[in-house]
Design a protein around this ligand. Structure first.
Ligand code: GDP
Ligand code: IMO
Ligand code: MG
Length: 469
């Protein structure tokens, strides 16, 4: 019996199948559990921008679903296919694979206007209209409104992306936020618009903003959102759960990174969602038992956009090299990313929180041309050596990196790296295709962290990734 037959044969009377199967319906349900196809979680292991978009696009070739589960359009995920550079803020990066269905999951905060313009761009460049066909928006996801953007624009401390993320999550936690699934009820309810406007304007005034929200505009906006997305709003957790039971492979695409996690990151210089493994299934509306693969993505060095300490930050020629060769400018805001050496203390923390089953190392090519490479193995804090990250932002700011130094390797053009990657994958060479010092660098990181690399990125292009297993 095939998996499909098994699933479609689920009887309405749970005992009806007992004879056919020759055992109890309870055992039948257990069989179903055993045939669940595991989901893969892809997570940023640093301060974001590790290359999640590129990896998701690559792995989505083998997947039926890609789901975002947290964050919003603070994310900027890049996919490069030949001379096409695609940047996604809300659309899951699996959109590049026509057979892949896409979910904007329960734990997200979504700006409907940004999603609309992303979809228009996608369609203008020859893509399909996936809304309601293969793109579904969770009824539980929260809506970012102009009010949230206005509140976020007042930030002077964190260096947020200004996209309304924190204020939208605040409203969710305060249990006053607006969800996609609630639109049908409130879109034509004038009393909702009246009281929401009053509340928003009180908050704006208290925060010192000159912006005010008009009742009529708010009502028109929610009606527009309802009209545009009505056909794609769904119980997306249930859809994913059903898909897993049909043996379909699901990728859960993280946004931001472990060090930006509201609980486990470098608070208060973090985003407002849980970016980690624990929230991947929760934010997607499925249970954690579906997951067996958790891929932590890390650059071969480290970057950060926005404020907050970064112990290995470089302000010398090596930092300049990383920023220039790596084109380190934010995908969402265009801000210059701060660059530094690979930080194994950060990564140990990220591994403890997420239990990575493998690492996807990206941007190894960017290190080419540096005579020597440094890896931070511990910090010195107030005269003492520590190997775990302090939770206090001021203590982290006082941490001085303790480095080991290893030899560098020669630079190559992106075309040359692409040839290396294609040759490696065609011949199953893995990282043995790399120059010896580059191989040694990868092995050094693996052994410091105790996690094997499943892939190594050597360029932005979809094909510039060396598979290691
Ligand atoms: P994400 O937010 O984690 O998806 O990462 P971003 O897309 O914001 O930033 C990663 C940047 O690095 C993008 O411009 C990618 O095209 C690029 N990139 C990804 N992997 C590699 C790699 O292995 N080498 C190089 N040179 N660039 C890469
Ligand atoms: P992806 O998914 C890098 C940073 C901001 C700021 C902090 C809080 O592309 O990796 P927010 O707007 O979320 O309230 O800003 O978090 N930040 C990111 N940095 N990559 C991201 O996403 C980020 N999303 C938010 O720069 O420091
Ligand atoms: Mg990004």
């Amino acid at each position: 019996m095939t998996v499909y037959e098994l699933v479609f044969n689920i009887p309405s009377d749970p005992h009806a199948n007992d004879e056919v199967k020759g055992h109890s319906s309870r055992a039948f349900l257990t069989d179903l559990h055993l045939i669940d196809m595991p989901a893969t979680v892809i997570l940023g292991a640093q301060w974001g921008d590790e290359g999640k978009g590129k990896l998701v696009d690559r792995l989505a070739e083998q997947a039926s679903w890609v789901a975002r589960f947290q964050g919003g359009n603070n994310a900027g995920h890049t996919v490069v296919i030949g001379d096409r550079v695609l940047k996604f803020h809300l659309l899951p990066s699996g959109i590049t694979r026509q057979e892949c269905s896409l979910i904007l999951g329960d734990g997200m905060v979504i700006d409907p206007w940004v999603l609309h313009s992303e979809l228009e761009n996608w369609i203008e460049t020859g893509g399909d209209d996936p809304k309601g066909n293969r793109l579904f928006v969770s009824e539980r996801a929260h809506i970012i409104l102009p009010y949230h953007r206005a509140m976020d624009s007042l930030d002077k401390t964190i260096g947020t992306t200004g996209r309304g993320i924190g204020p939208a999550y605040s409203d969710k936690i305060n249990r006053i936020g607006l969800r996609f699934g609630d639109l049908a009820e409130i879109a034509y309810d004038a009393s909702w618009a009246q009281s929401a406007t009053e509340r928003m304007n009180r908050s704006l005034e208290a925060a010192g903003s000159d912006v005010r929200i008009e009742v009529e505009s708010l009502q028109e906006e929610v009606q527009w959102i309802h009209g545009i997305y009505e056909s794609s709003i769904a119980n997306t957790g249930l859809m994913l759960d059903n898909a897993l039971k049909l043996n379909e492979h699901v990728i859960l695409e993280g946004a931001q990174g472990c060090l930006l996690d509201i609980d486990q990151g470098t608070f208060p210089f973090v985003t407002s969602s849980v970016t980690s493994r624990g929230n991947a299934t929760h934010g997607a509306g499925i249970h954690p038992g579906h997951v067996t693969d958790v891929i932590g993505i890390t650059k071969a060095y480290i970057t950060r956009v926005g404020n907050g300490a970064m112990p290995t930050e470089l302000e010398d020629a090596a930092g300049e090299h990383l920023g220039t060769v790596g084109h380190e400018f934010g995908t969402t805001t265009g801000r210059k990313r701060r660059c530094g050496w690979f930080d194994a203390v950060v990564m140990r923390h990220a591994h403890r929180i997420n239990g990575f089953t493998s690492l996807a190392l990206t941007k190894l090519d960017v290190l080419g041309g540096l005579d020597e490479l440094k890896i931070c193995v511990a910090y010195e804090l107030d005269g003492a050596e520590i190997t775990e990250m302090p939770s206090s932002a001021s203590a982290l700011a006082r941490c001085k990196p303790i480095y080991m130094t290893v030899p560098g390797f020669e630079s190559k053009t992106l075309e040359e790296w692409l040839v290396v990657a294609r040759h490696a994958n065609e011949n199953g060479l893995g990282i043995t295709s790399l120059p010896q010092p580059a191989q040694d660098y990868v092995r050094q990181l693996e052994s410091l962290l105790g996690i094997p690399c499943s892939s190594v990125g050597v360029g932005p292009d979809r094909d510039a990734t060396i598979d290691c297993n």
